[in-house]
Design a protein around this ligand. Structure first.
Ligand SMILES: NC(=O)CC[C@H](N)C(=O)O
Length: 409
């Protein structure tokens, strides 16, 4: 019978029907501001929270997604039916001057809550030290399982990303919050909460000196630069890079949470940088949006954003190993995008475009502009996701080398 294997898997991994010391399942209800409610069972921390409800179509890397600072303030719905089956690894990396200090994307869980159809109680992986439930409990992050994530995703896709409340335990007996009670993370400067407060340097002996404006950088981006031999100076998001720019060979603007409009302070400073300093500049996701805003493009809120590891993007221009006309499969996690406009601001051209929704996936300065600036909406460094576009990271890095050998005499 076709349902039999599914039944077996479900029996084997059935999530938290009960918790240790708890005689009955603890109820949890996901309320959406648009009026719908979904009832399931609590796992992780038994506490209620507010957030912005988003869905991700990634089928693996729940540990990387949940530690990605760009998910801050978000109730993350996984469309894949079961997560937790490979547990959670020890997240502390052996610290040396080349290491960012963590194995995952940051030191803690960044999303506000997790929603999954079926959470695995048993886990198996050679790096795993604890279950998803234990990890979420340790970081005080609530989860709900046993809900129809297909129904939630269809709703979010049709009505758009929606504010939500995960009510847990006795809070489930309360009526749903009134409209005004929902907390909207896009109204806050989440970047300021997560960015480093003090500059620090990774791999100081590196041969190419890159400054990183930290809007909530994923650790793998820093690792990708250090792995190529760069000395990486990580700066607070609103740091006055122009005051120290002569000491660097390139500038990188990281990913980060929230609405890019909260980051105009950085975009204004970047405008000056791009006018006066013609060394390579590269941005990923929020960093790309800030480069676009500084270039004169408009950043807008998408209906449900793009979150997943299989977003196809079409290259419109060739650069490095990237070939115009080719489609690359990419990892993404964003709610905002740069608006495609015709004409593009002078000195700029679209680099990539999304094959599903035609949103701008990359921009670059034109060859005759005298600048060397790129931004991509997707995550070429992966973690998790495909490595199709790793060439974009190479492009930035090798343009630095090229720049040093050809232009700086
Ligand atoms: N991954 C990111 O950097 C996300 C950028 C921005 N916060 C958005 O949601 O669009």
């Amino acid at each position: 019978m076709i349902t039999r294997p599914i039944f077996r898997i479900s029996r084997l991994y059935r999530g938290f029907a009960t918790h240790a010391g708890s005689p009955a399942p603890i109820p949890a209800v996901l309320h959406l501001k648009t009026g719908q409610s979904f009832t399931g069972r609590s796992f992780g921390a038994h506490r209620s929270i507010y957030g912005e409800t988003v869905f991700s179509t990634s089928i693996t890397s729940y540990t990387e997604s949940m530690t990605d600072p760009s998910y801050r303030g978000q109730i993350l719905v996984f469309t894949t039916p079961l997560i937790g089956n490979y547990g959670v690894p020890h997240n502390i990396a052996p610290r040396d001057s080349r290491d960012v200090g963590v194995v995952l994307e940051s030191s803690g869980i960044q999303c506000a809550a997790v929603v999954v159809a079926d959470v695995a109680e048993k886990f198996s992986h050679y790096t795993a030290i604890e279950s998803l439930h234990a990890w979420c409990s340790r970081y005080n992050v609530p989860g709900v399982t046993g809900v129809d994530t297909r129904a939630i995703t269809r709703l979010l896709r049709d009505q758009g990303t929606t504010l939500g409340r995960l009510a847990v335990g006795t809070d489930t007996t309360l009526p749903p919050p009134s409209e005004g009670e929902y907390w909207d993370p896009s109204k806050e400067n989440l970047v300021d909460q997560i960015s480093t407060k003090e500059p620090y340097v990774l791999n100081p002996a590196g041969d190419v000196k890159i400054a990183v404006l930290d809007f909530g950088a994923k650790a793998n981006i820093l690792r990708a630069l250090v792995r190529r031999g760069a000395a990486v100076t990580v700066l607070p998001w609103d740091y006055d890079f122009n005051a120290i720019r002569n000491g660097f060979d390139g500038l990188f603007l990281s990913n980060g949470p929230g609405d890019p409009q909260q980051c105009w302070a950085a975009a204004h400073k970047l405008r000056t940088t791009m006018e006066e300093w013609h060394k390579p500049i590269f941005g990923i996701c929020l960093g790309h949006q800030i480069i676009g805003m500084a270039a004169g493009l408009d950043a807008y809120r998408m209906t449900f954003g793009n979150r997943g590891h299989n977003q196809p993007v079409l290259a419109l221009a060739s650069s490095g190993s990237i070939q115009a006309g080719r489609v690359y499969v990419t990892s993404q996690n964003h709610q905002y995008a740069l608006r495609l406009q015709d004409p593009f601001p002078e000195g700029w051209e679209p680099f990539f475009i999304n094959c599903n929704d035609s949103s701008v996936e990359g921009i670059k300065s034109t060859p005759d502009s005298g600048r060397h600036v790129w931004g991509v909406q997707f995550h070429p460094e992966s973690a998790g996701g495909p490595l199709d576009t790793i060439g974009v990271t190479h492009l930035f890095y090798f343009s630095l080398i090229w720049f040093l050998s050809n232009m700086c005499v």
